[in-house]
Design a binder for this molecule. Sequence first.
Ligand SMILES: *Cc1c(COP(=O)(O)O)cnc(C)c1O
Length: 372
Amino acid sequence: MKTETIAIHAGNTTDHTTGAVIQPITMSTTFERMEDENYREGYVYSRSANPNRKALENVLTALEGGIDAAAFSSGNAAGMAVFQSLTPGTHIIAPDDMYHGLRNQLKQLFAGILEFDFIDIDDADVLKAHIKPNTGLIWIETPSNPLLKITDIKKIVAVAKQYDVKVVCDNTFATPICQQPLRLGADLVMHSTTKYFGGHSDLMGGALITADKSEWWQKIRQVQEMGGAIPSPMDCYYLVRSIKTLPYRVKGHMQNAQLLAEFLNTHPAVDQVLYPGLASHPNHDIAKDQMTGFGGVLSFCVQGDRDDAHRVINKLKLFTKATSLGGVESLIEHRATIEGPDTKTPFNLLRVSVGLEHIDDLIADLQQALES
Ligand SMILES: *Cc1c(COP(=O)(O)O)cnc(C)c1O
């Protein structure tokens, strides 16, 4: 089945007792035993499994082309489950521009438990030079945040296989509508479902999707169940509901992002536009090869410095000045400010989560802000 069909059907079951077309929300924390001590549908206690979480995990699995998925209460909780599933002392290689929340998690919560190096992962020689006997995991994120760098997934997987190392891909920016890392050889996909899956900036969630039910995956399931960082039945319901429109929303986000990138790219007050859909992007060819679309986030550098970036951002009327991405409304952010003192992000860079407003209105707003 095609993505649009999977998105609508893989997470929904008609309720056979009432005939409700949409699966009800099961708030119950506990489930009744039958006379023979077994459970009707295998549900025992909602931390271990819940029908709405199961529905969400089913649709996530199908969308990424995996064989199982685990849903979490946030993207960071999903990342945490990966790191907690590793044997202490395991060495992780991650990109030097890894999502700052997960980079800080590793540095502040896993120092002394795991080893890690943040490197220029796109340079195969640098990558190979950092692989050690205890390296267990290569973490990638493509397109990256906020520089929209593209990592060649197949190239990383080839190196990882050579050294028997697992690959996890943070697919939050691309969504499975634009990129399916498991089909390119990654072992695990990670998502912040807070972003495009939720799509309306009103819920937090995270997910891991696996290519096989390895021992490692069983361990991750244990972290989910015993650690307990699970999403509520309500949040699972909202996610399943939002995912039904994910393919069409992402198409709209991408279309607007492409047009906005092209507008900014020709504007004299703009120094540089970072969007993988532009032919001028240094890895446009890799992006074209491994993606079916280029996503809805772009960054641009205004002519000048931090003050010029702030002047532009404060003149905007339609774009809300806020962090996060993937919602229907356009957001803009001075990224260096949120990333803090050790940021590598240029001070004149603004990141845009392009929303689903009409493109003419978005362009008009940016135009007046850049020109006034
Ligand atoms: C937001 C985000 C995360 C973290 O997810 P939360 O839901 O905020 O915990 C991880 N990776 C990327 C790329 C993100 O954008």
